[in-house]
Design a protein around this ligand. Structure first.
Ligand SMILES: NC(=O)C1=CN([C@@H]2O[C@H](COP(=O)(O)OP(=O)(O)OC[C@H]3O[C@@H](n4cnc5c(N)ncnc54)[C@H](OP(=O)(O)O)[C@@H]3O)[C@@H](O)[C@H]2O)C=CC1
Ligand SMILES: O=C(O)CCC(=O)C(=O)O
Length: 446
């Protein structure tokens, strides 16, 4: 590529160079669409071909994961780790175990992670990993054998100062435990800093499991207050009932909002007077049940909808916290017709480009995932900090730190957008501020 190529041509070049990776193309397209004014102001980035470099992973690993199921049959899955960018620190980002995982999905997540991690202001680069293994319906022993086989290959590439994986969809404390155990077994190192999202008893951080959801709500609070609104009294809809969704619901409720709907991959529940978050936690986290159990267990205080979009439910604030591209243009129009004020992405890239355009056109406040859900990785960086110092912070102190980081991220997105005359455009603010921090470090390194 010549230095004179436009961003549009560069985007096409990246798409052609990475065929059959639609999610990666989508993530790159969104970031590049924000960078025109930034590179116009900083020709040094173009001269050093920084955008092209940032879009190319430093290293991508793909490996075989053979394991034995409970019937004694060999099963084979694929493992991935994309070490995307280490300009700001060790590669950092979660691992997803889900049948939908492929190289393009891991690359989109790793690419987003670079800018998200930069926005936290912490010393962490960007990476992501996972497998097409489906933990649903597997026994504990099967999950353990899979995790042990996965780590038997992955251990060569990770380390507290190299690459620090964590959880994501399908990877919670159980999986992190099996992965950590295998790392320790085969390396003979009790090195807590090689993974985050650990249990408290063996190197975990207080507040990590709450951090992404709480952080997204803190971002929402700041975004509303910057626009002369408040969270108290608002009606909120949250998709998903996983790690991010549950703690977003918990914090929003604690701050005086009413969460009227949430979902899982089968359907959603609607409770006009508000959901009981403790009951949702009991059903999904303790009993490993389905959200369809909620109406009966809440004694009829909610209705379950098995095929329909949760975004049809009228609300002031929508928080997509399940998965990518779960909110499309029709969903956005339904939310706009119902007078939604703000949309805050707890998941990674949950809104399609058409949906984001519809929100922008309708002047709905819109917070992209790379800014709003950065609380999880920020708390992971604090877990690394505690592991390195052999410390263990209190829950209140940790959540205070989280709040400060989210407030800084909000301010950085808001101020950057203003500086480029794009006031209120959080997508632009997040992309431009995140990119600049990474680009400046890469320039310094030659
Ligand atoms: N965990 C973290 O700290 C962070 C996570 N994220 C992002 O947040 C999102 C959720 O992650 P997390 O909460 O950890 O994952 P979990 O596995 O804990 O939960 C995922 C939730 O989303 C639901 N879901 C999954 N796929 C679909 C689908 N296709 N349609 C509808 N619902 C679906 C699941 O339903 P079911 O119960 O039926 O499986 C589950 O309720 C992901 O995009 C992840 O990348 C971002 C930052 C940090
Ligand atoms: O805590 C981490 O390192 C990973 C969080 C993550 O995967 C994400 O922010 O999407």
């Amino acid at each position: 590529m010549s230095k004179k190529q436009s961003l549009k041509e560069l985007r096409q070049y990246i798409i052609d160079r990475n065929p059959d990776e639609p999610e990666f193309h989508q993530a790159v397209t969104e970031v590049l669409a924000s960078l025109e004014p930034v590179v116009a102001k900083h020709p040094e980035y173009t001269n050093a071909k920084l955008i092209e470099r940032i879009c190319e992973p430093e290293r991508q690993l793909m490996f075989r994961v053979p394991w034995l199921d409970d019937d004694g049959e060999v099963q084979i899955n694929r493992g991935f780790r994309v070490e995307f960018n280490s300009a700001l620190g060790p590669y950092k980002g979660g691992m997803r175990f889900d049948p939908s995982v492929n190289l393009g999905v891991v690359k989109f997540l790793g690419f987003e992670q670079i800018f998200k991690n930069a926005l936290t202001g912490m010393p962490i680069g960007g990476g992501k990993g996972g497998s097409d293994f489906d933990p649903k319906g597997k026994s504990d022993n099967e999950v353990m054998r899979f995790c042990q086989s996965f780590m038997t290959e992955l251990y060569r590439y990770i380390g507290a100062d190299t690459d620090v994986p964590a959880g994501d969809i399908g990877v919670g404390q159980r999986e992190i435990g099996y992965l950590f155990g295998q790392y320790k077994r085969i390396t003979n190192h009790y090195e807590t800093g090689i993974l985050t999202g650990k249990e408290l008893g063996w190197g975990g951080a207080r507040g990590r499991k709450e951090a992404t959801g709480y952080g997204a709500v803190y971002f929402l609070q700041d975004m509303l207050s910057a626009n002369d609104q408040e969270l108290k009294g608002k009606k909120v809809v949250v998709s998903g009932t996983g790690n991010v969704a549950i703690y977003a619901m918990e914090k929003a409720t604690e701050l005086g909002a009413t969460v009227v709907a949430c979902s899982d991959s089968d359907g959603y529940v609607y409770a006009p007077k508000g959901l009981n978050v403790d009951l949702v936690k009991q059903i999904k986290q303790v009993d490993q049940g389905r959200i369809s159990d909620y109406p009966e267990r809440s004694k009829g205080k909610a209705e379950y909808v098995s095929n329909g979009s949760i975004w049809q439910v009228s609300c002031d604030v929508a928080m997509p916290c399940a998965t990518q591209n779960e909110l499309n243009e029709d969903d956005a129009k339904a939310l706009i017709d119902n007078k939604v004020i703000a949309v805050v992405e707890g998941a990674n890239m949950p809104s399609t480009p058409d949906a984001i355009q519809a929100f922008t056109d309708a002047k709905v406040l819109f917070a992209p995932g790379k800014a709003a859900n950065a609380g999880g990785v920020a708390m992971s960086a604090m877990e690394m900090q505690q592991n390195a110092a052999r410390e263990s912070w209190s829950f209140d102190y940790s959540v205070d730190q989280l709040k400060t980081v989210m407030c800084e991220i909000h301010r950085s997105c808001f101020d950057t957008a203003k500086q480029y005359d794009r006031q209120g455009d959080y997508v632009f603010g997040a992309n431009a501020a995140g990119f600049k921090r990474v680009a400046d470090a890469m320039l310094a390194f030659g």
